[in-house]
Design a protein around this ligand. Sequence first.
Ligand SMILES: [Zn+2]
Length: 383
Amino acid sequence: MISIIAFAFMSSSPGTTSENGPGSRVNRDHVTSGWIEQVYTPFDTLRTDLSDYIWPTNASTVITSSFADYRRTHLHEGIDISTNNLKGYPVYASRDGYVSRVFISRRGYGKMLTVRHPDGFVTMYAHLQRFMGPIDEYVKMTQKRTKRYSLETDLDPSMFPVSKGDVIAYTGNTGIGAAHLHFEVRDSSFNPINPLLLPHVASTLNDEVPPEIQMVAFTPLNQSSKVLGRNKVWSVDTKKEDFASYTLSQPVKLSGSIGISVRATDRADVLKYKTGCYRFEVSIDGQLLFSSAKNYILESEAHPVAAYYDKSLLRTTRGKFEKLYVESGNRLPFYNRLPEGSGTIETSEFEPGEHVLKIATWDLSGNESTLTTILVMGSSSTH
Ligand SMILES: [Zn+2]
């Protein structure tokens, strides 16, 4: 478990990715400057004691939504922990620190509080029913004074110091959504970090089920590109071969510039909750074309949902397809420093004929599923 997390952290540094060996198709020229450095440096320099954070409630060990999951206007910045549709479970401070902010709104996060830890990292707990005694009293006083329900107050470190495991609040259903606990971890610049990178948080899940790869879509990226002879996105159900391997029922003929996207989900056990996968790799004939990992999001960058999820497929109600290629302007820090354009299949770069496509995906417990199928590369001028 811990080594997987260490790998996840290391994989955002250049030169440490074991998967990008010689023979990789990944182009790493010109990756050392510009926005890529701005986007990756905060995570590379991230220093916190990962093993110090604990699971923040006794409500359940089930997550109903994962980091970077689809939301209509943004990527999910934390994890949602099931409270069995009930309210009133204790919420624990994940680490030592102090309550640095209380926030109350009728919408969004509802009642929320944040705890700042000695190294500047922050944990956030949202949709709370109420805060623990003294904080609740302070909040009620403030509400009375301002004659308003909503509030957003930064608190002095001396007011409500907390130790790891202290009850700081109770779970609820305030703000948007059914009863659950929304939990976030942020670095000292307030960048959201995937909470499942924390070993005690990840191991609490006890996930032994590999991800499910349900559908694959092939998208022609310009007018002259074709999938199965047509200039149109083609999405198809996968065929399950065994526990963790999938294929497609037919070879896929491609020509021109093609982007692949997948609809894949993960779940920890027989429970119905399906969350997003953590990591993807795409290779053709054993050569790596693309890799991604949802380690963190940069607060200072606008990350349009459409950069990551295919909006045109969403509109068809075929579901949430994650793009396995980096379009221009996409500055999500998920791509291990791969430049724009990575993941795009340019059929002119391949010998005409059959090639083996492999898509692999992992959850944060290291369970892997793969899809292997045949691509038939043509050139965009042939019909
Ligand atoms: Zn949430």
